[in-house]
Design a binder for this molecule. Structure first.
Ligand code: NDP
Ligand code: 8X3
Length: 253
């Protein structure tokens, strides 16, 4: 029986690249995301290689998440790996200029959406037992503060602590949990964050060497394929050309 991976946010970036990486190893794929056309495009590309099931899904909708999990076709029911990848940043401006609605969208997606999917799939993963994995997409922003990160970084701090706490509760079930925390990585993430500002995208990723979605996909695949007795709790990954910066100090003019 092929192993089954369930990926949220498979229409772009890390999630899409992960779909291709797991397909290479002939895992069966459950691909989810809000954009139907993108899901179809990936499924059409990958289904000649491996079984693919798609579900148009907004992770913020707990009832729909439950429905998608409960109605998985038989060949896709025995999920071995959950990749909780769907997420976004909005409002790159300082907190005091950010829209409350954008804060709510980040909380609803990065926190509520992630727990919706985790809660729905935990019984299946526990049934799968040793070798099963939950890989949660956190961020360096969950550990390190920076201007304009406000609710986004805080939502990723939640992902880290939730991952650690899940580890405690899942001890003895064989289900592994990892918080993977990438730094600068080139994807549509920045277009979403800036409301489609292509110049901001070019400035951020230009003249340096950011991580690529395939780098993160390879890491996710490695985590899900480690021997069952190994759990990586947290993995922080930056491009070699990124590091921390000095503390900021407010000085008299
Ligand atoms: P992308 O914008 O390329 O992809 C984000 C994915 O999330 C899309 O497939 C999108 O699909 C999906 N998504 C967003 N909102 C929802 C929703 N409400 N319901 C279901 N799916 C949703 O970004 P990345 O691939 O770069 O980001 C993936 C994850 O990695 C995110 O959690 C992000 O916070 C995190 N991350 C990104 C970093 C980066 O620098 N790029 C670094 C560290 C972490 P659709 O719109 O079709 O629903
Ligand atoms: C995305 C990486 O540095 O923009 O999580 O917060 S960063």
């Amino acid at each position: 029986m092929p192993k089954v991976v369930f990926i949220t946010g498979a229409t772009s970036g890390f999630g899409r690249a992960a779909a291709y990486r797991f397909a290479d190893a002939e895992w069966s794929l459950v691909l989810t995301g809000r954009r139907r056309a993108r899901l179809d495009e990936v499924a059409n590309d990958l289904s000649p290689r491996t079984p693919v099931h798609t579900a148009q899904l907004d992770v913020r909708d707990a009832d729909h998440v439950r429905h998608v999990v409960d109605t998985l076709p038989n060949a896709f029911k025995n999920v071995t790996a959950l990749i909780n990848n769907a997420g976004l940043a909005l409002a790159p401006q300082p907190s005091q200029q950010a829209d409350l609605a954008d804060w709510h969208t980040m909380i609803d997606t990065n926190i509520t959406g992630l727990v919706n999917v985790t809660h729905a799939l935990m019984p299946t993963l526990i049934e799968t037992g040793p070798g099963a994995s939950i890989v949660n997409l956190g961020s360096v922003a969950g550990q390190w503060p920076y201007p304009g990160s406000h609710v986004y970084g805080a939502s990723k701090a939640f992902v880290q602590q939730f991952s650690y706490n899940l580890r405690c509760d899942l001890l003895g079930t064989g289900v592994r949990v990892t918080d993977i925390a990438p730094g600068l990585a080139e994807s549509e993430f920045t277009l979403v964050r800036t409301g489609g500002d292509r110049a901001a995208y070019d400035r951020l990723y230009g003249d340096t060497t950011p991580l690529q979605p395939e780098d993160i996909a390879e890491t996710i695949f490695w985590l899900a394929n480690l021997p069952p007795h190994i759990n990586v709790n947290r993995l922080e990954i930056m491009p070699t050309r990124q590091a921390w910066s000095a503390f900021a100090v407010d000085r008299d003019a």
